[in-house]
Design a protein around this ligand. Structure first.
Ligand code: BG6
Length: 481
């Protein structure tokens, strides 16, 4: 019997160690890996299988969801192998196929491109040059797909030439996050949210993706990408399109993707001379001293943006988004801020809420917490208990991750997505069109930025990012929440 396998290009990289192997170990523990399934890490270093397995052991111990079990790990290890390859050398792929034969591999392979996008083309060429099994294999491609529109389109042509479209899995691990998957249920199965999900009731939407870590060991990759290619063009645009999409006709993968794509088509162009009112880029202090980062680097580690969607539902509702590294905390949330009620607006017009009269209601806020806590918080107005008629704010909090059982039952993103790919389920993967449209939009924004602004603000590590980001929202009379 032939062996099926997952082949990881970038097998000695941060992603493989930190995310993929712990996820694969969890799948193994939950009995979700086939019996004859091999995992082959490919890298440029001189490791034996034993060296490789012992490195992986430490990462699995620290990062897998299930408690580490020595005996089970030893068994899991028997399916892990290491193969040394200089993946820029096309001739070396001939030996790789010989090795596959020695390992008695089937043609049912999954290649995982866990490397910088600049290598995607070489790897595909190398694999295609010496065998035609690539057409039958699945391929998981990490983001960012390309570094701009042109490079992404070029890669797409190469992929089209050698691969069957249905076998390409564009991975965006945010699509595997529990609360992101929950957004559609919260929206479309609750009248109290679904009925008000539009510009009549919503004042603005904010998407916060804060990271406390810096570039760690990934300086080489990150310095060529920056926050826009690393987080905004993919993760944040996925979130935005899920929050904003119209109700899909059905909940099939293809209808959901169509609804998301409609949003990408409606992103409003930014007038070149206004670019500073729409985008702020920052770099954390000390970034240029990080390993493998150019000491004169102008790469952004922070981006804040204001985005409009020109459709009926969202006419004139700003979406404020921000993400950055080395910020005050690790936290991701979506904030839906509602408009004031007619009564509150009247009071505001009469200048209530100033001076002694504190009788002013706050705008309702729905916060969807994606991580580290998973849950929802709803802020609404109540009468202050007691004899006064003052208004107070109450919070209804639902913490999904506080229930240990929920955490045990929820696979982590990579676990969920690897399993989906093994089962040929494409629902949680991006479509090429999404990638292309988001690059198209960002390309234009970046061209304008370079021409008319090109500012990069240095911010303190552990802070909330550059102070200038306050202006984007402050100018509209609003605040980041
Ligand atoms: C990755 C980015 O896609 O997402 C990293 O390349 C980032 O730079 C990571 O740190 C964040 O993922 P998570 O799941 O920790 O929010």
């Amino acid at each position: 019997m032939k062996n099926n396998a997952l082949i990881i290009f970038g097998g000695t990289g941060d992603l493989a160690y930190r995310k993929l192997f712990p996820a694969l170990y969890d799948l193994y523990i939950f009995d979700k890996l086939e019996k004859n399934f091999y995992i082959i890490g490919i890298g440029r270093r001189d490791y034996t299988n034993e060296d490789y397995r012992s490195i992986i052991k430490d990462w699995v111990k620290n990062f897998s969801r299930r408690a580490y079990d020595e005996e089970k790990f030893e068994k899991f290890c028997l399916s892990i192998f290491y193969y040394k390859l200089h993946f820029m050398e096309l001739e070396e792929y001939k030996n790789l196929y010989n090795y596959f034969n020695e390992m008695n591999l089937s043609n049912n392979l999954i290649y995982y491109y866990a490397v910088s996008p600049e290598f995607f083309e070489h790897i595909t060429d190398g694999l295609a040059k010496h065998s035609d099994i690539l057409k039958e294999s699945k391929i998981i491609v990490e983001k960012p797909f390309g570094k701009d529109l042109e490079s992404a389109q070029r890669l797409n042509l190469i992929f089209k030439k050698y691969l069957d479209y249905k076998n390409i899995y564009y991975i965006d691990h945010y699509l595997g996050k529990e609360m992101l998957l929950n957004i559609m249920t919260i929206r479309f199965f609750n009248t109290m949210f679904n009925g008000v999900w539009n510009n009549e009731f919503i004042d603005n939407v904010q998407i916060n993706v804060f990271e406390s870590i810096g570039v760690e060991t990934r300086g080489g990759y990150y310095d060529k990408s920056g926050a826009i290619a690393d987080m905004l063009q993919n993760h944040i645009f996925q979130i935005l399109s899920i929050v904003a999409m119209n109700e899909p006709d059905t909940f099939s993968s293809s209808d959901i993707k169509d609804a998301q794509i409609d949003i990408f088509k409606k992103l409003r162009k930014i007038n070149s001379k206004d670019i500073d009112d729409y985008m702020v880029l920052g770099q954390y202090d000390g970034y240029t001293k990080e390993k493998n980062v150019n000491p004169n680097s102008k790469t952004e580690t922070y981006v804040a943006m204001k985005i409009f969607i020109d459709n009926e539902r969202w006419k004139d509702v700003p979406f404020y988004v921000r993400t950055g590294k080395k910020l005050h905390s690790r936290e991701m949330s979506i904030i839906i801020q509602f408009k004031p009620t007619t009564h509150t607006s009247k009071m505001l017009a009469q200048n209530y809420g100033n001076g002694d009269l504190q009788q002013i209601a706050e705008n309702n806020i729905l916060e969807i917490k994606i991580q580290p806590e998973e849950g929802i918080n709803l802020r609404f107005n109540i009468k202050k208990p007691g004899t006064s008629d003052d208004i107070d704010v109450a919070n209804l909090n639902y913490c999904q991750s506080c229930d240990a059982q929920n955490s045990i039952n929820s696979p982590w993103s990579y676990e969920r997505l690897l399993e989906a790919c093994m089962n040929s389920n494409r629902t949680l993967f991006s479509r090429w069109e999404q990638i292309e449209l988001s690059w198209k939009y960002m390309n234009e924004v970046m061209d304008n930025y370079r021409k008319y602004s090109n500012k990069l603000y240095v911010y303190e590590q552990g802070s909330k990012g550059p102070a200038q980001a306050e202006k984007i929202i402050g100018k509209d009379g609003r605040k980041w929440i």
